[in-house]
Every structure is written in structure tokens, then in C-alpha cells.
Design a protein around this ligand. Structure first.
Ligand code: P6P
Length: 340
């Protein structure tokens, strides 16, 4: 089939044989994410109208209690997955603990667990800036047929079988990997179909964009400060500094940098010694996608997907993007870390 017109559904069918442990469950799981993404997209696109008719917490025009969009997104993704009995457990930024998903007859025969940030950057909604959903999928390691345990969720990122994000931007895209490269699908809202618009996405080897919340500069480690000064110097090749681009929405900054070439860094600071981003449902899935697109993802020193998680919501410093740019940042981090 000519890739140009392939729908997400056709892509999944065509590639199911490549999915690790392909038994159709992973295909059904990705199809469910597709459905939930379309519903969340619909809610986000009308959020501005809700603001006019009533702020969060009020009763909206339909007489429903107005929910914060990230809570709504969480419930939508969770319910879609639970109703289809595809996963045996779910962890989410919006849930204090992991959720055990039992089948109708109280069994746990499904083999996958899903971790998600249902609406990352949701504070941007009120100012009409793009946001995203991030998801990560593992095969359970506890015995099938028993309730999932915390260990099923605390696997290294290198054990992921799939990861992806939905970016609700000027268009809505679903970008994911199952370990065989990264593919991007754009939603045609008129007919509710995702089309393969960005086959085999790969980072340019080097770029000129850096995405850092520089307001914390005085709280950064010395290596991070030196790297930022380096970004502002005129580099020899084109006699200009790097370009600073920071949206405040990880998925959007990541997506732009993957297409144009660039680096996103949320480093440790004196205030947040482990950075801000969550290892399990933000950094690991984005790291999987990053590496599958030929990029590099570390905490400034160690490969993100080699870190053994200890807590569901643990934070980790995050450097990800074009390989050469991440390696240059790591040089500065290593060179100056000894002085601290
Ligand atoms: P700051 C959004 O809250 C988020 O998790 C990422 O999407 C974003 O890159 C970062 O935090 C923004 O954090 O501290 O710059 O506002």
C-alpha cells in the first residue's frame, strides 16, 4: 500500500506481525488509545467555549459538573481501556497509586500495563497553548491471572514494548513506536481518521534549537550553566547562537525538536534536585521514542532507559534530543560536576 494514504488502522494491521509478542492485544491497545485520543481532542478543542460558559468546578450548559481537563482526560483514557479489558493495570500522573484492572470474572488475563500522563502541560489550556498525552506500555512480569503488582510498573524503560504521545497542536497527531522506528499520524477531524503523515520520523543529527526553562538559571548546576552560555555563543559554522524555543509543554517542544533538530532539557536545580519530569510516564516513553528516532535521552550522565525505577512518581533530570547536542551537554555536565 502507498504509505501516503495509509490510515492508523491499516498501519496497525500491516505491522502487527512486527509487534513483540504479537497476539493482537497490542493492536487492540493502540486502537483504544486512538479512540480515547479522539474523544480528548474533542473536549480540548471546545475548552475555550467552556471557559466562556463557566469556569472549572461550575455546572456547565449540559448540567454536568465541569471537570478539570486533565482529570477528564485521565478518566476518558482509563475508562476506554477498562471497558475493553485490554490491560491488567494502569498508572497515571492523576492517580496516587496504580489501578488494578480486573476482567468480568475477576481475572487478570491481559498481559499489558499502561502508564500515562493523560494531559501534560494542562496549565497551557487556559491560554490556548498546545498540550499532550504521553503513554508507555509494558508486558506484565507478575504471574498472569493474578492482580498486578507495583513491580509490573517499576520496570526499566528499556523493557517498554510501545510508547507514544498525542500532541493537541495546530493539528492533532498521534506519534508512537513499538521498537521498529517512529511514525506520526495526523487526525483529519472532519472524518475522525488518523493518517500516516510522518513515516519513519528521525532526528537531524544536529540542530540549533535548545528548550530550557532558563528562569531557573541561577539554580542550575555549574555544568548546565556553562552549557547554556555555550548555546548563546556564535558557533563557527554559521556565526550565530542557538535558537531558544520553550513552549512549556514537553510534548510540543519534543515534537518540534525531533522534526527540526534540537535538545530539550529539564535539569536538576537547587530547588528540585531530581528535576521536575516524572521518570515512568514522561521521561521513559519520550526516551524510547527519542532513541527510536536516532536521538539520545539521559539524565545528564546515565541513559534514561537504564534507570531502575523505585517509585511510581519519581522525578529525574531529563536531557533528550539530537544525539550530538545531548552529548555536548553531557560533556559540560561531566566536566563541571567534579567541582560540586
Ligand atoms: P516549567 C508541564 O507542566 C511540564 O510537565 C512539561 O510539559 C513542561 O516542559 C514543563 O513541565 C514546564 O515546566 O517549570 O518550565 O513551567
Amino acid at each position: 500500500m502507498n504509505n501516503k494514504h495509509m490510515t492508523l488502522g491499516e498501519f496497525i494491521i500491516d505491522n502487527q506481525k512486527h509487534f513483540k509478542y504479537s497476539s493482537g492485544e497490542l493492536s487492540r491497545l493502540i486502537n483504544s488509545i486512538r479512540l480515547a485520543a479522539k474523544v480528548v481532542n474533542h473536549e480540548i478543542r471546545k475548552a475555550g467555549l467552556v471557559d466562556i460558559t463557566g469556569a472549572a468546578g461550575d455546572i456547565n450548559a449540559q448540567g454536568e459538573a465541569q471537570q478539570k481537563l486533565d482529570v477528564l482526560a485521565n478518566d476518558l483514557f482509563k475508562q476506554t481501556l477498562i471497558n475493553r479489558e485490554i490491560v491488567c493495570g494502569i498508572a497515571s500522573e492523576e492517580e496516587d497509586d496504580f489501578v488494578i484492572v480486573e476482567g468480568k470474572n475477576k481475572t487478570n488475563d491481559n498481559k499489558y500495563v499502561l502508564l500515562m500522563d493523560p494531559l501534560d502541560g494542562s496549565s497551557n489550556i487556559d491560554v490556548n497553548v498546545s498540550v499532550g498525552t504521553i503513554f508507555s506500555i509494558y508486558r506484565r512480569i507478575s504471574p498472569e491471572g493474578t492482580p498486578v503488582t507495583k513491580e509490573d510498573f517499576l520496570q526499566k524503560g528499556s523493557e517498554q514494548v510501545a510508547a507514544g504521545y498525542v500532541v493537541y497542536g495546530t493539528s492533532t497527531m498521534l506519534v508512537f513506536t513499538t521498537g521498529k522506528g517512529v511514525n506520526g499520524f495526523t487526525l483529519n477531524p472532519a472524518i475522525g481518521t488518523f493518517y500516516l503523515s510522518h513515516p519513519n520520523m528521525t532526528y537531524p543529527e544536529i540542530g540549533k534549537i535548545y528548550s530550557v526553562s532558563e528562569g531557573y538559571f541561577t539554580h542550575f548546576q555549574e555544568g548546565m550553566k556553562r552549557y547554556l552560555v555555550y548555546c548563546k555563543e556564535l558557533n563557527k559554522k554559521d556565526n550565530r547562537p542557538y535558537t531558544a524555543r520553550y513552549i512549556g509543554s514537553l510534548v510540543s517542544d519534543f515534537h518540534r525538536n525531533m522534526i527540526k533538530g534540537g535538545i530539550y532539557i529539564y535539569p536538576a536545580t537547587e530547588i528540585t534536585p531530581n528535576g521536575k519530569l516524572r521518570l515512568l510516564y514522561e521521561c521513559n516513553p519520550m526516551a524510547f521514542i527519542c532513541e527510536q528516532a536516532g536521538g539520545k535521552a539521559t539524565d545528564g550522565f546515565t541513559r534514561i532507559m537504564d534507570i531502575k525505577p523505585t517509585e511510581l512518581h519519581q522525578r529525574v533530570p531529563f536531557f533528550c534530543g539530537s544525539k550530538q547536542m545531548v552529548e555536548k551537554a553531557e560533556e559540560f555536565m561531566s566536566e563541571y560536576s567534579l567541582d560540586e
